[in-house]
Design a protein around this ligand. Structure first.
Ligand SMILES: [Fe+2]
Ligand SMILES: [Fe+2]
Length: 248
């Protein structure tokens, strides 16, 4: 039994592809097939795969059915967390999605799921992504204050959701914790954040995030060990569609 994670499948079996990167970069060519083959070689029916947001380009559930079927057909237990592009999934509809896909897929948002004696705590997260104003050498001179203010509000709300999930897991007697965020835990301006402080405060063993695409951006947030927690980026293109093993 092992736990794996990967994010950002950005499937589009029934919907329009909306990313230039996905249309032009080699890593995205037939990425669904690469992922399927890797999962079939790697995962057994006893394993669990956490899909860390941005599952589908579909805007409503009826445009995501084939994408979700593709995920259903991957081996093992599948837990989906929410990304910024998952328009089919309002936070308030998580219960309904779980009823609809019972026995096939688990949708996890703002609570926790059990994996052995671990609690997997997930929420979308948030971080400030600009726009930034750069000088000719690409150094940051400033940023859009209105967007920064909006991001601060989202960070506060998401941090509350994360704390609530961590508390729920603790109240249920779970001592071992893994945190899943779709957004990276820090912006490019930060060394730490409310999310890294929560990971430290609750003693989370790992914090897993996705969302970051493209070689030049993979180092935007924390990678590796930081204050007792291991940080991993699991966006599919970063992992070249090979799920990352988190736990045996
Ligand atoms: Fe993405
Ligand atoms: Fe994303």
């Amino acid at each position: 039994m092992a736990l794996y994670a990967i994010g950002d499948l950005h499937l589009h079996y029934q919907s329009t592809l909306k990313s230039r990167r996905q249309m032009t970069e080699r890593v995205w060519k037939n990425h669904e097939e690469k992922l399927r083959r890797n999962c079939e070689a790697l995962l057994t029916p006893e394993d669990t795969l956490v899909l860390v947001g941005d599952h589908s380009w579909g805007r409503k559930l009826s445009e995501c059915e084939e994408d979700l079927r593709f995920i259903t057909d991957l081996p093992g237990r599948k837990i989906l967390t929410r990304g910024n592009h998952d328009m089919f999934w309002d936070a308030g509809k998580t219960g309904e999605l779980n009823r609809l896909f019972e026995g096939k897929l688990e949708f996890l948002q703002g609570g926790f799921a059990r994996y052995g004696d671990y609690a997997l705590v997930a929420t979308k997260g948030a971080c400030f992504e600009g726009p930034f104003y750069l000088d000719r050498r690409g150094r940051i001179l400033g940023w859009d204050e209105e967007n920064a203010e909006q991001a601060r509000k989202l960070v506060t709300r998401e941090a509350e959701r994360l704390r609530a999930g961590l508390e729920e897991a603790k109240a249920a007697g779970c001592r071992k914790l893994l945190i899943f965020l779709h957004y990276p835990p820090t912006s490019i301006l930060e060394e730490e954040s409310v999310f890294t402080r929560l990971a430290e405060e609750y003693g989370a063993e790992q914090l897993v995030y996705a969302h970051i695409h493209g070689e030049t951006r993979y180092g935007d947030s924390i990678l590796g060990d930081f204050r007792g927690t291991r940080y991993s980026l699991v966006s599919g293109d970063y992992l070249k569609w090979q799920p990352l093993k988190l736990l045996d």
